[in-house]
Design a protein around this ligand. Structure first.
Ligand SMILES: *[C@@H]1O[C@H](CO)[C@@H](O)[C@H](O)[C@H]1NC(C)=O
Ligand SMILES: *[C@@H]1O[C@H](CO)[C@@H](O)[C@H](O)[C@H]1NC(C)=O
Length: 216
């Protein structure tokens, strides 16, 4: 006979995995109506008679972002907030520009797998598997190369070319979410207790304060 506790924990696992995905559409489209205050998982649908082709469109992804900043990168994310026609459709896109040496800070997307294509330049990419292995899968991508960051895993990207690098990626959520590891840990509002961070990282509190000072 099946162990009821085991069944319960299996159910819990399958529910938590299922809730990571966007809801499936039950109609041709559900363009987001940002005006209505009703709270649902996603956005309420705009009345179809008010829907316009522009609501499925965005112009300007050909335009290079300004990478003159300390990270040397610029991210142009197109989620449901920029393209309301993405509502309920489980997809979004992003263009990232990198100056030589530029990085996207180490981060994860809680709700999406990401598939990236290099359009120009060369990019070092990688992701880290979950505990206890924390194994890194990393390689250098050339122009035309494609790489996948599996759902929710911590990943990194750096331009290793002498010129600019440009990538376009697709993510299987209308709202993938971004958790920047450094911001979440050292730049939170209000701050996480120094004592918690010092113990978690096994360092002195002054080192924690030093890290935190970079995020204020
Ligand atoms: C849909 O497109 C129309 C026409 O461009 C625009 O007036 C309207 O604001 C758009 N709706 C949303 C939710 O963006
Ligand atoms: C790029 O950003 C830098 C820093 O904010 C700014 O000084 C510069 O004028 C910007 N360049 C362009 C072309 O907008």
């Amino acid at each position: 006979m099946a162990n009821p506790m085991l069944l319960l924990s299996l159910l819990a696992v399958s529910f938590s995995l299922a809730s990571a995905f966007d809801p499936s559409p039950l109609q041709d489209f559900c363009v987001a109506d940002f005006e209505r205050s009703v709270q649902v998982n996603g956005h309420v649908c705009l009345y179809p008679k008010y829907v316009h082709a522009d609501n499925f469109s965005y112009s300007g992804l050909n335009i290079a972002g300004n990478t003159s900043n300390p990270l040397g990168s610029y991210i142009n994310r197109l989620t449901v907030d920029q393209i309301p026609g993405l509502n309920t459709l489980d997809i979004s896109t992003v263009r990232v520009d990198f100056a030589p040496g530029g990085v996207v800070p180490i981060h994860r997307h809680p709700r999406a797998t990401e598939i990236v294509t290099v359009l120009e330049g060369r990019l070092r990419v990688g992701f880290v598997t979950s505990d206890p292995e924390n194994r890194v899968f990393s390689k250098i991508l050339q122009k035309g190369d494609v790489f996948v960051f599996p759902m929710g895993l911590v990943h990194f990207q750096q331009n290793v070319d002498s010129g600019n690098t440009v990538v376009v990626a697709f993510l299987n959520s209308q709202n993938p979410g971004v958790v920047s590891i450094a911001d979440a840990v050292f730049g939170s509002h209000p701050p996480i207790d120094d004592d918690i961070l010092a113990k978690a990282f096994q360092v002195d509190k002054t080192i924690v304060e030093d890290f935190r000072s970079q995020f204020n």
